[in-house]
Design a protein around this ligand. Structure first.
Ligand SMILES: O=C(O)CCC(=O)C(=O)O
Ligand SMILES: [Fe+2]
Length: 197
């Protein structure tokens, strides 16, 4: 099966590929349930204004090896892929023509949980490596903001959507999952990544 991305693009300095309905609603709902139940979800610790904060959002970190991943001065050791993570990894690898070895998962209980502007440029990651982001559950707005021009591009990430972030994008564009009072249901996001071995 070949998949065609939508024609949504960043105007310059990086590439996205956006696949609005990679999975049907039925299949996506099944993935949501399995991931909600089987992932070892933990609250995340981040540094904010020099203080350690425990997020309401929960995270999971999985890999083909027990990779260590440090962000905001917090180190996590990857758990082994589950069967579903293995299946999803194969699907996104086929579409993106990339080999991933790890997956960061985020569980947002509702719209009051989000992620502020950042780039996925941790030193463990392969430079300019593609990142594949799968979304299940509630539709949420996802925003890109250019570091210099401040131009903003918004997408809606629906249940069963795939977003690829490619090339130099992390050097020039930040991304965020803005908080919103309009969403009362949970969302799970998976970002498949390549850690340098
Ligand atoms: O939940 C999302 O869509 C974004 C997650 C994200 O940016 C990250 O995990 O680095
Ligand atoms: Fe990110």
């Amino acid at each position: 099966m070949t998949y065609t991305p939508s024609d949504i693009q960043l105007p310059y300095d990086g590439i996205i590929e956006y696949y609005p309905h990679l999975f049907s609603k039925t299949v996506s709902d099944e993935y949501f349930e399995i991931l909600a139940n089987e992932i070892h979800w933990e609250h995340d610790k981040i540094m904010m204004f020099g203080k350690e904060i425990i997020t309401k959002r929960k995270v999971g970190w999985y890999g083909l090896k027990p990779y260590e991943y440090t962000y905001s001065k917090n180190t996590k050791v990857a758990l082994p892929y589950t069967e579903v993570l293995n299946d999803l990894s194969k699907v996104v690898q086929g579409i993106s023509d990339t080999t991933f070895n790890s997956c960061l998962l985020n569980y947002y209980h509702n719209g009051e949980e989000g992620m502020s502007y950042h780039t996925d440029n941790e030193k463990e990651l392969k430079p300019r490596g593609t990142i594949a982001s799968l979304s299940f559950g509630a539709t949420r707005k996802f925003s890109f903001k250019h570091k210099v021009s401040k131009e903003r591009i918004d997408l809606q990430l629906e249940n069963g959507t795939l977003l690829l972030m490619k090339g130099e994008i992390q050097e020039h564009w930040m991304h965020a999952l803005p908080k919103t009072k309009k969403v009362n249901t949970p969302r799970i996001n998976l970002t498949f990544r390549t850690i340098i071995d």
